[in-house]
Design a protein around this ligand. Structure first.
Ligand SMILES: [Zn+2]
Length: 273
């Protein structure tokens, strides 16, 4: 998926061409989308595309037990994230920085999410069962992180409240798909290394969010090409103090603007697939 090919002028969908560090969104051949439908029977278009992305994250290179920073691990170390069942009506993308090892170790739902992913990529769990498992376990894990974690999910909850959307209307991911091993240096390395394999622009192109929020303090985060357009707003804020990354605007300022934009923009349908 999302490979560099010639542009087909007749299609409605898109793909990504990566030119250096800049990703451009270009039309995608409709037959490619039709093939994805066939592989993902019973899934809606966004679910089909997201499952292809998740499979890529879980299987590429060293597979699910491989981490960009620490190499081979003895347990699953890459995480595609979450796609809500009502994403099509919300189209909100929430992006954290890195999966924190201490938080992951402490989260009761993580073993089930990891086991479910391994069963799915090995063909022992169907697409619909994998998505259903994520949609049960992730909300519970997020509830745990809101109570016990570093606070980013509390901020995402407040953002959702300002926009008036449920968790089920959102997709969630991290800049780095890997779990960063303990230590702040590794945390920085993950944010820099992992997006070389899994650019955030790929996920944005396939999910076509109306609005995206990226929580990351780190200047090393490799997210080139991720920015606002005429139909999409991207807000990056510092997780520790909620200041907008580039402008240093306070959260009440940028979140009010974001909510105003979202209320108007969500009424526009996404391009037909
Ligand atoms: Zn990685």
């Amino acid at each position: 998926m999302l490979q560099k090919r010639d542009v087909d002028a007749e299609c409605d969908d898109f793909r990504i061409n990566v030119v250096g560090q800049v990703a451009e969104v270009v039309p995608r051949n409709i037959s490619e989308v039709a093939q994805t439908y066939q592989r993902r029977a019973g899934m809606n278009p966004t679910e089909s595309l997201w499952l292809e992305y998740a499979l890529d994250v879980l299987t590429r290179g060293g597979g699910a037990m491989n981490c960009c920073v620490s190499g081979q691990t003895d347990r699953i170390s890459r995480w595609p994230g979450y796609l809500g069942p009502d994403y099509a009506s919300g189209r909100v993308l929430l992006v954290g920085a890195v999966h924190n090892e201490a938080d992951m170790d402490a989260t009761p739902e993580v073993p089930a999410i990891g086991d479910g992913a391994v069963e799915w990529i090995n063909g022992h769990r169907s697409d619909s069962d994998y998505l259903a498992m994520l949609r049960v376990e992730y909300p519970r894990a997020i509830n745990f992180w809101c109570r016990n974690g570093g606070g980013v999910f509390r901020k995402f909850t407040e953002i959702r409240a300002a926009l008036g959307v449920s968790l089920g209307q959102c997709a969630i991911s991290n800049i780095a798909k890997c779990t960063a091993v303990r230590g702040s240096k590794k945390y920085c390395e993950s944010i820099s290394a992992c997006p070389l394999r899994f650019p955030l622009t790929d996920l944005i192109a396939l999910l076509d969010p109306v609005i995206a929020f990226i929580a990351c303090n780190d200047t090393n985060a490799r997210i080139p090409g991720v920015g606002s357009t005429s139909t999409r707003r991207v807000y990056r804020f510092q997780q520790l103090n909620s200041l907008e990354y580039a402008t240093k605007r306070r959260r009440e300022v940028w979140l009010r603007e974001a909510a105003d934009f979202y209320r108007t923009a969500i009424k526009r349908p996404r391009a037909a697939i």
